[in-house]
Design a protein around this ligand. Sequence first.
Ligand code: IPM
Ligand code: MN
Length: 379
Amino acid sequence: MAKKKAAAPSARPYRIAVIPGDGTGPEVVREGLKVLAAVAEKVGFAYETTEFDFSGARYLARGGDPTKPSIPVITEEEIAALKTFDAIFLGAVGDPKVAPGILEKGLLLRLRFELDQYINLRPVKLYPNVPCPLVGKGPKDIDFVVVRENTEGLYTGMGGVQYPGTPQEVSTQINCTTRFGAERAIRYAFDLCRRRASPKKMLTLVHKTNVLTYAGGTWVRAFEEIGKEYPDIKKDYNHVDACCMWFVKNPEYYDVIVTDNIFGDIITDLAAIIQGGLGVAAGGNLNPGGLSMFEPMGGSAPKYTGQNVINPIAAIAAVGMLLRETGNHRGDAKLVDAGNRVEQAIIATTPRMKSQAAGQMGYSTTQVGDLVAEAVRKG
Ligand code: IPM
Ligand code: MN
């Protein structure tokens, strides 16, 4: 754990836990922290960062089995230590030397569950001059938010396998849906829709009620009942398959979407590509009353590791989100302002880049970080 202090003009410094993680995670986190330092100086708030080395490399170095989970990726004590922070900034999870699932479940999903980060917030915004694969669509057409339920559904691990590897093999994977879980996600989404500057004021529930009648019913009943408390918000419903089609055909239709965990996982990758790719998409794992974690969506990109070619914009956008959300949570307008400034600096920087794809940006990872930091200073 290495500590680094920034200049402290105000009261208690905000404490940010930093988990660079695997692959290109450390490279993009470095640029995020560069921009954080620039905006803290510009706006005048105090913070300190503490780095945690949770990663595939550490799991293996401690004797973890690369083929199946054999030791905890993070310990109870480490989770307790994380709980004392104001926010978490995560780089990337995923190491080709460790079988898929071990780090994802042992680190990312474990933290989501243990910290009860029940909202996965994914703003989908096309920045200027970022190429969009949809013909004729621009920044004014792609600006919506997906609120994904983040602790239930198919992600709880309920179910099992019987007689694996035999012709009699049977497996179940339970879509655990509770009224409580649906309700808190829906309520968060209605409140967000109300707060958002967009004039559409429409919340779309996305599910698959024509087939998943039990789980879908729980979502629809919660949506309709809670919706009565929000007469100012238009209520809308899409089946998830149709929603995928509309993302491509009419993305300008959407304002705020609320959906179940697995549907949210899938549609937010589609959303990421229409906003310019994984190099720009950021997400927040939120516990609105507690500790939240912010991350770029891009993953660990092993083939680009250590080459200084990966796009750090998504990680920088995650820092912007971290500041805005922590500011809202703590009632600190300065932090919210800092978060907005980071976003403005990204908007000033993307038009200077040749592409948002790794290795084709016209700049290195560190240079893009420098450009955004410079835009923050000038902003
Ligand atoms: C995401 C990721 C994770 C998920 C994986 C890495 C477990 O795809 O944050 O969307 O499925 O939630
Ligand atoms: Mn995903």
